[in-house]
Unconditional design. Sequence first.
Length: 335
Amino acid sequence: MTFDSIMKDLKTGKFHPLYFLFGDEPYFIDQVSDYIEKNALSEAEKSFNQVILYGKETEFKTIVDEARQFPMMASKRVVIVKEAQEMKTLPELLSYIEKPSPTSILVLCHKYKKLDKRTKFAKILEEKSVIFESKKLFDNQVAPWIRDFIKAKGLTSETGVPDIIAEYLGADLSKVSNELNKLILNLNSSTSITINDVKEQIGISKDFDVFELQRVLGEKNFVKAAMIINYFKENPSANPAVMVISSLFAYFNKVMITRYHNSLSDQELSKQTGVNPFFMKEYRNAAKNYSMGHLIKIFQILKSADKNSKGISSRRSDEGAIFKDILIACMKPEI
């Protein structure tokens, strides 16, 4: 089943005896399990009939015992197993999965791992449970997802808002949704989100943010880029190196695509890059300033910078030095 179809069933009160939620994107798994946790039972029923377990510290027998119990003063029990991927005895749940209790809702949250569909365990799950694979969104799917999220809240957004949020926050949907919810809470009576709202509420400086850094690097404006990088160095909590590097990697990847497919129209390039056509002029101008060889060199430096920022190297994670290396790589072409 799809995420939308599962949520539609849940919101109409249709609950199944067994859910197996797995995949690389935790956001959708959490949305389903959280909804069941909050809505399958009334507050009075939860005390005796709802159990939250964690895979690392749970044996399959415990889960079976909980799920086989008859509900007390309620029509069903709810058993949610979080981090089920940590269970060493998960395959031993097969006997329960073959005959799940009709008076229980068992939810298995199996994050970050694929399900080997060749196994008997997977085949029985397919037959007996609501099974859902939660996949990471591609970069060009994040902005449309943000647009739909905003629309679902009954709001509208200024042109470019979803793209800016996606560019800055990346594809971590849990982080994106948290920031959007905080932004929406601070809108007061407004029903439309502006670019200024994003910059003010999501902590992006109006003058020295990663988008301005991208723009000036695209222009090869050394002086302005150096000023922004110095600002980042002085304000590391607001501009963590990991986030800046990730944003620059995404930006230069789109510049490379733009350079490679330069003959395409703005609309066609928009589909290739995931960039709103409104911003394509900026990417075309940047593509003129960087050769393919230079872009490859930048990606090498960004990869090294990412490792340094995470301490995965012999070099100290000095953010100032990391940003300086990136600036030099962008300004000095490959020889």
